[in-house]
Design a protein around this ligand. Structure first.
Ligand SMILES: [Ca+2]
Length: 553
């Protein structure tokens, strides 16, 4: 492997062929198919080799700050929705003006946990045990310790890695052998003073500060590394009721996360500035997800209600992190990505917002949880002054799963066969080596709704294997089936971005072709070139039964 991997210096000057399979996937497919499956031992050798790479002198590796908003709709960002967006987002607009906007970026799922799994592992979450819905605050870890994550990869290349914010990928919490204390619910069966395992610090992050899952899921308490920071002694309720730290208040969480992220940048700026120890910050904000709790300072600012105020506050939190980078003198060689894990939630009060002229999905159909575009086409703004021209735009199809392969290319590494199975580097699009969507950086993208309904997107076509929204918007699947709507939906997004005209009957060959591609991706255990891999569980492409209601958001 080492012969194929470029050194960490001046990788920009090297021919694309040296940069690994994701860059020119078609050409390298044959080579990769013949490649060697990475065993555990090979992975260790790979880790040792990566760690021994010298730090770059001529071209220091960029810092990487990945900011993930929670349930921020495509149309909630003012500059992405100039006609039908009414919420001021000056910080996001400024970042977009100074960098590149991706107009066709997708979370692999229209809900939290599976999207986050994809971001950190570069693999579709429907290959795991989680076939629908999301985890809760007490769920077991979804990412096994041996799996390569973005944080592990970057740590091996000398990065200092931090996870700040909402985890929502499961934590192993120790249980009290005697069960919950008398008179207390099952939520108290855990030893909250004990060590948490299988979380961020077990998966490549040097430091974690945040919460277990969504802000409306207990335990309501901050965690630093593998411990709760304050004993859990009381119960509180935001949607769900459960154990909490006495001083924990939902309204404080967003400002706390922004300030912890800014502190991390300031604390390690000196090392990062020299390129000796670049930073990777994965900042998973808890907003504007429920509970919708703008602070006093932001309440009433938008004139459009609490949700819009909370979006403004979320925008401000992003601004604080960007300011911290600028104060630290790191802005030029820092790759900042701001995106969202899925579309706007109906909890935002969409009908009321629309009455006031604000459309959280812009021209797209559907919202969070749905298989339609509004569920998973997300804002994706990238600023990197050193390499990416201000005011640029890419219409390339990209997926949040692509972070892993992109980071691998950034540091000049090559992913082993059993990692990033569904991750393609978007660096060629970012650096405008491959600006033309007719030459895609990824072949297709598979999308998944809260109920585990599939869609597959390639070029202008998207095929959804369900009769309705696949999620919460009407018509839901049961209702659509009762109405006699076709069991599959095919849309031409170039002509019909609002997904109003189902063309499945008119183009049966496209339906067949897309379904076959999806079947192949499922069967191969991967959608990238490389040695076939196993899914963790059998994967059912077309769910025969009516989906069970899923409570988790
Ligand atoms: Ca979310």
């Amino acid at each position: 492997m080492s012969a194929a991997r470029p050194s960490n210096t001046a990788i920009w000057l090297r021919p694309q062929a040296a940069l690994g399979r994701h860059v020119i996937m078609k050409t390298l497919q044959a080579i990769c198919v013949a490649g060697v499956l990475m065993t555990g031992a090979a992975l260790s050798a790979y880790a040792a080799h990566a760690a021994s790479q010298p730090a770059g002198q001529e071209q220091p590796k960029p810092n990487i700050v990945f900011i993930l908003a929670d349930d921020l709709g495509y149309g909630d960002v003012q500059c992405l929705n100039p006609q039908r967006g009414k919420i001021p987002t000056p910080n996001l607009d400024r970042l977009a003006a100074a960098g590149m906007v991706f107009t066709d970026a997708h979370s692999a799922s229209s809900v939290c946990t599976p999207t986050r799994y994809g971001i950190l592992t570069g693999r579709y979450c429907w290959r795991t045990r989680l076939q629908s819905g999301v985890l809760t605050g007490e769920s077991k870890p979804l990412i096994p310790p041996q799996r390569l994550t973005v944080a592990k990869l970057l740590a091996r290349h000398g990065y200092r890695t931090a996870c700040v914010g909402k985890w929502h990928l499961g934590l192993e919490m120790p249980e009290l052998p005697e069960g919950p204390p008398a008179g207390r619910s099952q939520a108290w069966r855990f030893d909250y003073a004990g060590q948490l395992r299988g979380g961020p610090t077990a998966l490549g992050f040097d430091w974690f500060f945040g919460i277990s899952a969504s802000l409306d899921m207990w335990p309501f308490a901050f965690i630093e590394n593998d411990r709760f920071t304050v004993p859990l002694t009381v119960e509180k309720q935001w949607l769900r009721r459960g154990p909490a730290a006495a001083d924990f208040e939902a309204v404080d969480v967003l400002p706390t996360l922004a300030s912890k992220a800014a502190d991390f940048i300031a604390r390690h700026a000196a090392d990062a500035a020299t390129g000796r120890r670049p930073l990777f910050l994965y900042l998973a904000l808890t907003a504007p997800h429920t509970p919708i709790v703008p602070s006093q300072q932001w309440r009433g600012r938008s004139g459009l209600g609490d949700y819009a105020d909370f979006v403004m506050q979320t925008d401000d939190a992003v601004g604080q992190v960007v300011t911290a980078l600028e104060k630290a003198g790191l802005e030029r060689n820092t790759l900042v990505i701001v995106t969202s894990d899925n579309g706007c939630s109906p909890a935002a009060g969409i009908e009321q917002l629309e009455k006031l002229g604000h459309y959280p999905s812009g021209p797209l159909r559907g919202y969070k949880a749905d298989i339609w575009e509004g569920g998973h086409r997300v804002p994706f703004i990238v600023r990197w002054p050193e390499r990416v021209p201000a005011g640029s735009r890419s219409n390339q199809l990209v997926c949040l799963n692509d972070l892993l392969a992109t980071c691998a290319e950034l540091v000049g590494d090559k992913l082993p066969d059993d990692a990033g199975e569904d991750s393609f580097s978007f660096l060629p699009a970012l650096l405008q080596r491959q600006p033309d969507p007719a030459r895609p950086v990824r072949e297709a993208v598979v999308l998944h709704s809260i109920h585990g309904r599939f869609a597959i997107r390639q070029g202008k076509w998207v095929l959804a294997l369900c009769p309705g929204s696949g999620g919460w918007s009407r018509p839901r699947d049961e209702e659509a089936a009762k109405k006699g709507l076709p069991p599959v939906q095919l849309y031409d997004l170039e002509a019909d971005i609002g997904q109003q005209h189902n063309l499945a009957d008119k183009h049966p060959q496209v339906v067949t072709q897309l379904r076959s591609l999806l079947e192949k991706y499922v069967a191969d255990g991967r959608s990238t070139p490389g040695k076939p891999q196993r899914n963790d569980v059998p994967v059912e492409i077309e769910k025969a039964n009516a989906p069970k209601p899923v409570g988790g958001r």
